[in-house]
Design a protein around this ligand. Structure first.
Ligand SMILES: *Cc1c(COP(=O)(O)O)cnc(C)c1O
Length: 393
């Protein structure tokens, strides 16, 4: 590609592809072949034993289209290697199951994505893993949780749906001092806005379904980190089977080519919308790390290159006002995803925290009047105009 150090926007377009473009095609092909032939037993065995790199069978080594995606994400996150999966939850569950065993202790943020929260709260304890959930933005609560021992520290920043920001450098250092592997879900920030490995994390996870793909047309997940850790996770995928299909790999790969461009617009639109929402009498609270009065704004400025495309706001009228607002929107879409080019609205009970009971949502500090907005790349004037007419008396 180039021996010069490249910037993220260039990596997003070019990285990872050169080995997977036959005939110097500009696009990586969608390779549907799931098995690859070898001329004799010796050359075949060398690949099977891992002595020579090469494709074998798609669930083991992955097909070339997803290998290109893995190489591109590893370059963007500054990682030695990456492993792709069929969804973000497949990446998260496989990472946790590959690294933990009965008796292990996990400390995790209490407000993680609903599916991750369910894994931490219900699934892992069923397998004998002891999980302590705490508010990782509260230094005293976090230190007390770590003091009980910790083999794996699980974080998300910014969080879904309250947009809390974790001090990744400080938490990762404390996790390492306790002997933990530090894992962080970077879906909301994307590698364009935040690189957790450079801040001390060991593994960084993404739901590629969201900003990486960016167009709400493909599901995928990916984990990036050291060769040793990702080898263990790749072997887990080989046995448990949650691999990515070539068509989705292609769509995500193509989506990432415009990631830096899209994130610039997502960042700009979300900040403008957050500032506008703060001035609306119907809005009691706006949660966005780019606002100067956000509780962790200083940390966000330090560790993020942009504040991302997701915000949440609380309507003064509570859940009744949310029920009124959503159907009145004409342009904005009501849907349970985020990170697409369209502006989307969702409520925690139908999106991030569909797995939680109402009592659990209240315990997590998620107010009834909360609306999550994944701000798209449309003209910001149209986004604001739609919310303005929908909020009007
Ligand atoms: C959507 C999401 C996930 C899960 O990803 P899927 O691709 O839907 O399985 C995990 N973490 C975060 C922060 C998410 O937004």
């Amino acid at each position: 590609m180039s021996t010069l150090p490249l910037h993220p926007a260039t990596l997003a377009v070019r990285a990872g592809e050169d080995d997977y473009r036959p005939h110097a095609a500009l696009a990586v092909p969608i390779e549907f072949g799931i098995a690859h032939g070898y001329p004799d037993v010796d050359s075949w065995e060398q690949v099977a034993r891992g002595e020579v790199a090469g494709p074998l069978y798609a669930r083991n080594s992955a097909h070339p289209t997803s290998l290109a995606l893995e190489a591109k994400l590893a370059a963007l996150e500054g990682a030695a290697a990456a492993v792709s999966f069929g969804s973000g939850m497949a990446a998260i569950s496989s990472t946790l199951m590959a690294l933990l065993k009965p008796g292990a202790r996990v400390v995790a943020g209490k407000d993680t994505y609903g599916g991750s929260h369910y894994l931490l709260q219900h699934t892992l304890p069923q397998w004998g893993v002891q999980v302590t959930l705490c508010d990782t933005t509260d230094a005293a609560a976090f230190d007390a949780a770590l003091a009980g021992g910790c083999e794996l520290l699980y974080l998300e920043s910014p969080t879904n749906p309250m947009l809390k920001v974790q001090d990744i450098r400080r938490l990762a250092a404390a996790g390492h001092a306790a002997g933990a592997v530090v894992v962080i879900d970077n879906t909301f920030a994307t590698p364009v806005n935040q690189n957790p490995l450079a801040l001390g994390a060991d593994l960084v996870l993404h739901s590629a379904t969201k900003f990486l793909g960016g167009h709400a047309d493909a599901m995928g997940g990916i984990v990036c980190g050291s060769q040793a850790l990702t080898d263990r996770i790749r072997h887990y995928r080989e046995i448990h089977g949650a691999c990515l299909d070539p068509m989705s790999a292609f769509l995500i790969l193509r989506g990432i080519k415009t990631l830096a461009l899209r994130m610039r617009q997502h960042n700009d639109n979300a900040l403008a919308l957050a500032q506008w929402l703060q001035q609306q009498p119907a809005v009691a609270q706006v949660n966005y790390p780019g606002l100067p009065d956000h509780p962790q704004h200083a940390i966000a400025r330090e560790q993020m290159q942009g504040f991302g495309g997701v915000l949440s706001f609380e309507l003064a009228g509570g859940f009744a006002a949310v029920r009124r607002l959503l159907p009145r929107c004409q342009l904005l879409i009501r849907a349970a995803t985020l990170g697409t080019v369209d502006t989307l609205l969702g409520v925690p009970s139908t999106t991030s925290h569909v797995e939680c009971t109402e009592q659990e949502r209240i315990a997590l500090g998620i107010p009834g009047g909360l609306v999550r907005c994944s701000v798209g790349i449309e003209d910001i004037r149209d986004i604001i105009a739609d919310l303005q007419q929908a909020l009007a008396e």
